[in-house]
Design a protein around this ligand. Structure first.
Ligand code: ZN
Length: 398
């Protein structure tokens, strides 16, 4: 295999042992990184492209998306912006149930095509790994169709790596018995999804007007018993004890946490559960931020994700989420970058990416920007100059 790579004015490794390097080289050997360090130390014979004053970072990792959807929710968005309440819209059959109807009516092929398009656009923004949840199928056959579409999209070339999550409890489909639905999900669907290796994680929406701690516990325990990880939507609208449940289950993450108690934060810190912050959603809903300083003080690992979905986070842009994490949540640009690289990868159980170091996957971005702190500034435009996923160029230098 021919060694190839880049030399650049600046390389932000996101490796705690290295930090950022000036006048450095990143050398790839196929799908992995062979060398990160001073230009002069690069292996002889490597074909190196000099990208000048641009900065190189690890590829971004989007650890929370609902990117497998079809349809459009522009009508309810206008209602919501005019003062309609998200929960009232949901009660009236909008929100998640609106996407459910579109996904239920769609073929697996149509879902796959929509997701592949979104993943390709995410790659142009510098994203090289994307967690994708099911959760709009709601009924078993449509959840399984959505997971099959996610698997097909993941097998496409020229898209980011995909981590599939079975969002087992998102909303109740119309006309089902609540207790029977939860029991079927926990006792039948979770084991089936595990057996078919359709997901690495199981997720549940633990909130007022969503699912209770007891319901999420049943599904989370089933996930753990069948070898799957757990991620939970927690405290978006109210704190009902989801953080404590996540700690009890040994979950990988709690996501949202606009509402979380000091005891919940302690429980996360003690159990090593990451907090995935979703600033696009709280911006769209006009909510105050989660307690970022208290989470940091407690030593909870912070992740920032796009939450890409057709309702509360109408974007595909992780860089936009990072911009809002800095502007609205008070995170520093360095905290935001780690939250979308090393910390995000760790929350997905992926130790082979999110850093630039020898032996890691060759997932990287050359930004058309001079410094990693600039990633949170040019809002709403794609500034990735080159993007490589496992050694494959998905965005090539112009
Ligand atoms: Zn979500």
């Amino acid at each position: 295999m021919t060694l190839r790579g880049f030399t650049a004015k600046r390389v932000a490794t996101c490796d705690p042992a290295r930090g950022s390097l000036e006048d450095a080289a990143v050398v790839l050997d196929g799908s992995h990184i062979a060398y990160v360090g001073p230009r002069a130390g690069a292996p002889p014979g490597a074909a190196l492209v000099d990208v000048g004053d641009r900065v190189v970072t690890p590829g971004l990792v989007d650890a929370h998306t609902h990117a497998c959807w079809v349809g459009s929710r522009h009508a309810e968005y206008a209602v919501r912006m005019a003062g309609g309440d998200y929960r009232d819209i949901a009660t009236a059959g909008g929100g998640i149930l609106s996407s459910y109807r579109a996904v239920a009516a769609a073929t697996e092929g149509a879902l796959t095509e929509a997701l592949v398009g979104r993943l390709r656009r995410m790659a142009t923004l510098g994203v090289t790994t994307v967690e994708v949840k099911s959760g709009y199928g709601l009924e078993p056959e449509h959840e399984r169709k959505q997971l099959a579409a996610i698997a097909r999209a993941a097998a496409s070339l020229d898209v980011p790596a995909v981590v599939p999550t079975f969002l087992a409890l998102h909303a109740l489909p119309p006309g089902v018995d609540r207790a029977a639905y939860v029991a079927h999900v926990a006792e039948v669907l979770v084991p089936q999804v595990a057996r078919e290796a359709r997901a690495r994680f199981v997720d549940a929406y633990v909130d007022a007007n969503a699912f209770t701690v007891a319901e999420a516990r049943a599904v989370g325990e089933a996930a753990r018993a069948h070898g799957l990880g757990v991620r939970l939507h927690v405290g978006q609208f109210a704190d009902i004890g989801g953080a404590e449940l996540a700690a009890e289950l040994g979950a990988a993450s709690v996501d949202h946490v606009e509402h979380i108690s000091p005891a919940g934060i302690d429980a996360l810190a003690r159990a090593g559960v990451a907090a995935v912050l979703l600033p696009v959603a709280s911006f769209t809903l006009g909510q105050p931020p989660p307690p970022v300083a208290a989470l940091l003080d407690a030593g909870v690992s912070l992740v920032v994700a796009s939450d890409a979905n057709p309702g509360t986070a109408p974007t595909e842009s992780l860089p936009l989420a990072l911009a809002l994490a800095v502007r609205a949540y008070g995170m520093t640009p360095d905290e935001a970058l780690l939250a979308a690289t090393r910390h995000a990868a760790a929350s997905l159980g992926l130790s082979d990416r999110g850093v630039l170091r020898a032996g890691a996957r060759a997932d990287l971005v050359v930004w058309d920007l001079p410094h990693e702190h600039a990633i949170v500034q040019p809002w709403g435009v794609a500034r990735a100059y080159a993007v490589t996923v496992a050694g494959v160029d998905v965005v090539s230098p112009r």
